[in-house]
Design a protein around this ligand. Structure first.
Ligand SMILES: Cc1cc2nc3c(=O)[nH]c(=O)nc-3n(C[C@H](O)[C@H](O)[C@H](O)COP(=O)(O)OP(=O)(O)OC[C@H]3O[C@@H](n4cnc5c(N)ncnc54)[C@H](O)[C@@H]3O)c2cc1C
Length: 476
């Protein structure tokens, strides 16, 4: 039995692995560089308002519920998930406003009013998407889905779909361009063009109509609170303010980790530190197990920047929709205004509500512009673009964040959230949960799953832990 496991990082992936392993009888020590758990998906208080750090919406309710059930946490009682009725609106800058609601009927009727003849095409698009989603869904819950899984679920029919891009799937729908842009918004907000993005992003709207886009009462940070409590109850030990400096290896096998203060021996290590695991944390013996080609592969993966963001206090209860997107053309990406007060009136504080303005930034642009370029972009978004201010009676900017600040605060590899999700990267399977190069090293979190949402990170925590448990069982 693998008794002694070190988990590096208490993001959603690390926390989920810790719960799984502690419940299965392992002795788990979680080493977290920050003073709190949750990583990018945590929450914080600012001038009497509660904010989610990163995530603002759960688009994959089945995924988070699946992960929680594997972790023996009842999602019904532990997560107060609310479907959002008026989910989002996209202003494409050419005078079109496209609204997507929880209700298919309402969405399709408004499309029909603006573009007569669209209702039927939209219905067909949603029905086709729902069928593909049903077939592909079980594969999200496998560490490395193989040919048998593809045949078992009938997903072989979707191979051409998986080989195409979001852009080509949306184009094939023959819906008006403004609707196509609105349905593909989830790639714009990740700072990526639809032509390079994976086709499964086209399934999101059908998921919104069928299971709903969700907000969590108390904030999305509640997910990490629940996981943290479950891990502690199951006996995992947490050490905060403890960055891991090195993963120590011998003869191609992990033997432990080194912090500033000590060396901790471990039977296995699960890393929630993403690409930094291979790019910075392995000691010399560990790096020697990686070929130059592999090292180059990790160095050259295109990355996703967390972009710039402003945490706001806004006067008066915000009007729906919950999310307002504004497209700014290929070069300049998009903007997003998030108003949680729309779904949770209890966030009110003396007539003011929390809100957030987000602007994605291509990683290459953020890095080449440096801090000065990042600040100049933030300044333009917050001080010179007025559309979002016009939504409120009054606004206070409480705090802002540029990519280098995200990087420093959250210990992000090269100031990036993770490798950007391209269709090519999704097909090659992202970074493996079980290291192919170093024995007893496992990876969890957003770099390891074909999707970087909170739900996927939790699923990946379960899958990484299961790889470890299966290997330990095989060794017995
Ligand atoms: C602006 C923004 C908006 C987002 N919106 C959404 C959304 O709406 N919906 C959604 O589902 N997702 C969203 N996401 C994505 C989601 O938040 C992340 O993908 C997810 O939280 C990442 O989880 P993770 O497990 O990979 O770990 P992370 O959150 O990256 O946490 C890793 C942890 O490991 C720690 N760590 C790193 N290195 C070390 C080390 N050497 N030693 C010790 N500790 C270490 C870090 O301090 C951190 O706590 C958003 C993210 C951002 C930034």
């Amino acid at each position: 039995m693998t008794r002694n496991v070190v988990v590096i990082g208490a993001g959603i992936g690390g926390l989920s692995s810790a719960v799984r392993l502690a419940r299965k009888g392992c002795q788990v020590t979680v080493l977290e560089a920050r003073s709190v758990a949750g990583g990018l998906a945590g929450g914080f208080q600012l001038e009497g308002f509660r904010f989610d750090t990163g995530p603002y919406v759960l688009l994959d309710r089945p995924g988070i519920e699946w992960a929680f059930r594997q972790l023996e946490i009842d999602p019904e009682t532990q997560l107060s998930l609310q479907r959002i009725p008026e989910v989002y609106q996209v202003d494409d800058g050419s005078g079109h406003n496209v609204a997507v609601y929880d209700s298919f009927e309402q969405t399709a009727s408004e499309f029909e009013q603006q573009w007569p003849g669209t209702r039927e095409k939209y219905g067909q698009f949603i029905d086709r998407s729902a069928a593909v989603y049903r077939r592909l869904q079980p594969m999200q819950w496998k560490s490395q889905p193989g040919v048998i899984d593809v045949f078992r679920n009938g997903a072989w029919r979707d191979v051409p779909f998986l080989l195409s891009s979001l852009g080509s799937v949306l184009k094939a729908s023959k819906l008006p361009e403004a609707i196509v842009q609105a349905l593909g918004i989830w790639t714009h907000v990740a700072g990526q063009l639809a032509g390079a993005a994976p086709a499964p992003l086209a399934l999101v709207t059908s998921v919104i109509h069928h299971v709903g886009a969700c907000y969590l009462r108390g904030g999305i940070g509640m997910i990490s609170d629940v996981l943290m409590n479950a891990a502690t109850d199951a006996g995992a030990e947490f050490r905060f303010g403890t960055p891991v400096r090195r993963i120590c290896c011998r003869n191609g096998t992990v033997i432990g980790v080194e912090t500033d203060k000590e060396m901790l021996l471990a039977d296995a290590v699960i890393s929630n530190a993403g690409l930094a695991t291979y790019a910075g944390l392995l000691d010399e013996a560990g790096r020697a197990a990686l070929s130059h080609r592999t090292q180059r592969y990790f160095q050259n993966l295109p990355l996703q920047s967390p972009g710039v963001c402003a945490y706001l206090a806004v006067k008066g209860r915000p009007a729906p929709p919950y999310l307002r997107f504004r497209l700014r053309g290929e070069e300049d990406g998009c903007r997003l205004l998030v108003t949680p007060g729309v779904v949770d009136p209890s966030l009110e504080n003396e007539g003011w509500y929390p809100a957030r303005l987000i602007a994605p930034m291509a990683h290459a642009r953020a890095e080449s512009g440096g801090e000065a370029g990042q600040r100049a972009f933030l300044h333009r978004v917050v001080e010179q673009e007025h559309w979002w201010r016009d939504c409120f009676d009054d606004v206070r900017v409480l705090e802002t964040r540029i990519p280098s600040e995200w990087g420093n605060r959250f210990h992000l590899h090269n100031n990036s959230m993770n490798p950007v999700m391209t269709s090519k990267f999704m097909l090659t399977g992202r970074v493996a949960h079980r290291s192919p190069w170093i024995r007893r090293l496992y990876l969890t979190g957003s770099a390891t799953h074909p999707g970087q949402w909170v739900s996927f990170c939790s699923v990946s925590g379960v899958l990484a832990a299961d790889c470890l448990l299966a290997d330990a069982k095989a060794r017995r």
